[in-house]
Design a protein around this ligand. Sequence first.
Ligand SMILES: CC(C)(COP(=O)(O)OP(=O)(O)OC[C@H]1O[C@@H](n2cnc3c(N)ncnc32)[C@H](O)[C@@H]1OP(=O)(O)O)[C@@H](O)C(=O)NCCC(=O)NCCS
Length: 140
Amino acid sequence: MAALYDLRARVLRPDRPPEDSRFPGDDAPATVHLGAFVDGKCVGVASLFAERGIRLRGMAVEPDRRGQGVGAALLRHIQQGAAERGQDLWCNARASAVGFYEKLGWKTEGDVFDLPLIGPHYVMRWTASGLPGGAQNGDS
Ligand SMILES: CC(C)(COP(=O)(O)OP(=O)(O)OC[C@H]1O[C@@H](n2cnc3c(N)ncnc32)[C@H](O)[C@@H]1OP(=O)(O)O)[C@@H](O)C(=O)NCCC(=O)NCCS
């Protein structure tokens, strides 16, 4: 968990105290934390919370490992698990990351909104059952 909190803090809350990178429900039994590892080092993290369905939070990849497919691999793994369980996923996506989620088959819902101290966001949703042709990972 230390690596997850550290990566979250450095990537998602760089100007805030470390405790701001702990989310409500992090320790809940239903919460799932995932990490992507390269050469034994945690370089990508994401967490799933039981909140109005399944909420994806804390998606972050080490800056020097971005653009190499780490985030996509992590998210495809999550989507595969969700599809097997018949679960949809949602998140509050930073506007700057919407294109990443769209490439993985997610769709925005509604208008942009502002999260204090972080910036503009969209609600985004990934729906296993709604994908055409049985595709489950957003890659056609
Ligand atoms: C967003 C993030 C998780 C993406 O991880 P990544 O490992 O760099 O992404 P990948 O290399 O797997 O990219 C997968 C695809 O998405 C695209 N992509 C990645 N980040 C993108 C972005 N911010 N906007 C648009 N497209 C993006 C890539 O070009 C790639 O496209 P391709 O399949 O055509 O080559 C990572 O950049 C990150 O941690 N950003 C800072 C924190 C953040 O914004 N997290 C999301 C909070 S909602």
